[in-house]
Design a protein around this ligand. Structure first.
Ligand code: PCA
Length: 202
């Protein structure tokens, strides 16, 4: 099977993005699954476009998008994406849509089609703090999760998709010591455990 795992470029004044570093550090083969990766720009249309281009090139059985969620203390597997762009800061292209639908007339939300509970359980079993999250926000990550689910529903309905958010890396909180962080190795062990579940179930 083929799994596409995407990460994001840095944004919001950060020097790095844990999702970018994680995706670069992933093993190319996890169990029976070939792991393909792409790094997406942090812009609503550019990020989604790059994800769709990678899907069209690779033809994956599963798409796992990964992003940074600064302030969270655990790896979080998202349950759903909502049909709303409401950016609290501009994206890397300077755009800041407020209270707009991602797809006019589209479904209000898409549920993740990944086995989210099993993935969280496997992450915890691997010794990594992890939880299901009930909101992917209303910024670029939610936009990409929604847009990928919408694309797959229309063009590749057999593929499953979802999103995993990662806390700040320790080096990102040196200037904000009240914020939680998770080391790259621990986050990598968590993401890998989640992908192992997909590799075993597809
Ligand atoms: N996190 C942002 C966008 C890019 C990223 O890594 C988000 O949660 O929307």
């Amino acid at each position: 099977m083929n799994i596409l795992v995407t990460g994001f470029e840095p944004f919001g004044g950060e020097a790095t993005n844990p999702s970018m570093e994680l995706v670069r550090a992933l093993e190319p083969q996890i169990g029976a699954a070939h792991i393909h990766t792409a790094i997406l720009p942090v812009t609503a249309s550019g990020g989604l476009q790059a994800a769709i281009e990678a899907i069209e090139k690779i033809g994956p059985d599963a798409v796992v998008c990964v992003g940074q969620a600064g302030g969270r203390c655990a790896v979080t597997v998202e349950r759903l994406a909502v049909n709303v762009d409401d950016f609290s800061i501009p994206d890397n292209g300077g755009q800041q849509p407020r209270n707009l639908p991602i797809v006019a007339g589209g479904p209000d939300a898409y549920l993740s089609t990944l086995p989210i509970d099993k993935m969280v359980e496997a992450m915890r079993k691997a010794g990594v703090p992890a939880a299901v999250s009930n909101s992917a926000g209303t910024y670029v990550c939610n936009h990409v999760m929604y847009g990928v689910a919408h694309y797959l529903a229309q063009h590749r309905a057999t593929a499953i998709s979802g999103f995993v958010h990662i806390p700040y890396l320790p080096q990102q909180v040196l200037d904000k010591p009240d914020k939680p962080s998770m080391g790259l190795e621990l986050a990598l062990r968590g993401l890998t455990a989640g992908l192992e579940v997909l590799a075993a179930t597809q």
